[in-house]
Design a protein around this ligand. Sequence first.
Ligand SMILES: *Cc1c(COP(=O)(O)O)cnc(C)c1O
Length: 360
Amino acid sequence: MRAFNFSAGPATLPEEVLSQAADEMLDWQDSGMSVMEMSHRGTEFTSIHEAALADLRELLSVPESHRILFMQGGGIGANAIVPLNLLHPAGSADYAVTGTWSRRSFEEAHKYCTPRLVAQAKSDDGYTYVPPVDMWDLSPDAAYLHLCTNETIDGVEIFRIPDVPPVPVVADVSSHILSRPMDVSACGVLYAGAQKNIGIAGVTVVIVREDLLDRALSICPSAFEWGTIAANNSMYNTPPTYPIYVAGLVFKWLKQQGGLTAIEAKNIEKSKLLYDAIDSSSFYINRIARPFRSRMNVPFHLADETRNEAFLNGAKARGLLQLKGHRLVGGMRASIYNALPLDGVKTLVQYMKEFEDEHA
Ligand SMILES: *Cc1c(COP(=O)(O)O)cnc(C)c1O
C-alpha cells in the first residue's frame, strides 16, 4: 500500500507514472532495451526527448522567443550557472531575498560579482512576506533580477512576476513549476530542479529567452553554457536520459489531468483545505502573510512544540509521511505538489483534528 508522502523533494510521483515506468523498465515499446540503456542520440531516445520538449512547451505555453534546455546541476548548480551565463557585460546583478533559497542564490553569486540586495523580507518570525515591488531598490543597469518565486522551505510564493524592463527577471521556479499557468514571457530565464513537481532528481529544466543565450563569461564551463546547450538541442554532452523520460511521463499525465488550469484548481482546493484547518484552530499556526502563502509547501507549527514528536509518530502510523519541517524553520511542513492526491490532504486534515481533540 502506498502512503501519502508529503516530502519537499524528492517528492511523491503520480502512481500512473510509476506503473508505466515499471512496465517499460526492461523493454521500452518493443525496442528490446530499457530507456536506461539507450544511446541519447538514437531514434528511440530522440523521440522521448522531442515529445518531452513539445509537451512541456504546450503545458506551460512557452513562447517561441524562449528555448527549453534539459541540463544538470539542480537548483544549487543554477545559483552559479546563472551569473556565469548572464553577468557579461553588466558585471552585477540584483537579488530579492524572500526566503532561504533566494538567500542561498544571493550568497553564491558573491563568487562571481558583488550582487545587490534589492529587497530583504526577514522578520522576527522568519521569511513570512514579500515587500511591495515598488519598494525594492532596483538598479536599471543590473544584468538581471533574481527571484525565487516559491520558497520551498519557508512557504512563501510570489504569484505575479514583477515587471522591471529592461532588466531580465531570472526566476527559480523549482518547487511550483507546472502547479498553475505561469507567464513565461515575463521572465528572461526560469529554472527548476525536477525532483519537486516535474519528476525525479537529475534533470534541471532551464527556459531561456533567445537574446540571453550569448552573454556567458569566458570562464563558464562549456557544459553549462546555455548558448552551447541550446545550439546542441541539450545534446552537447550526455543528458540525464532517464530523468528526462520520467519528466515526459509526468507531462503526459498532466495533459490527461486537463493541463495547468485544471491542476491549478485542484491545487487551490488542496491548499485551501489545509490552510483553513490550520486557521480554524489555535492548536496549529502558519505565520505566512495570506497573499504569499504557498500552494505547494505549507509549513505549520504546533502551538505546543513539545508535542511535535507525538504528532509525527501518529502521522506516520496513518501513512502520512515526511511531515517534519525543514531544520531551519522547525515544526511541520506539508508539501502538496501536483501528484499528492486530494485524499492525502483530507486524511492529513482529519488526523490534525483528531490529534487536537486528543491533546488540546
Ligand atoms: C530544492 C530547491 C533547490 C535546490 O535544488 P537541488 O536540486 O538540490 O540543487 C533550489 N531552489 C529551490 C526553490 C528548491 O526548492
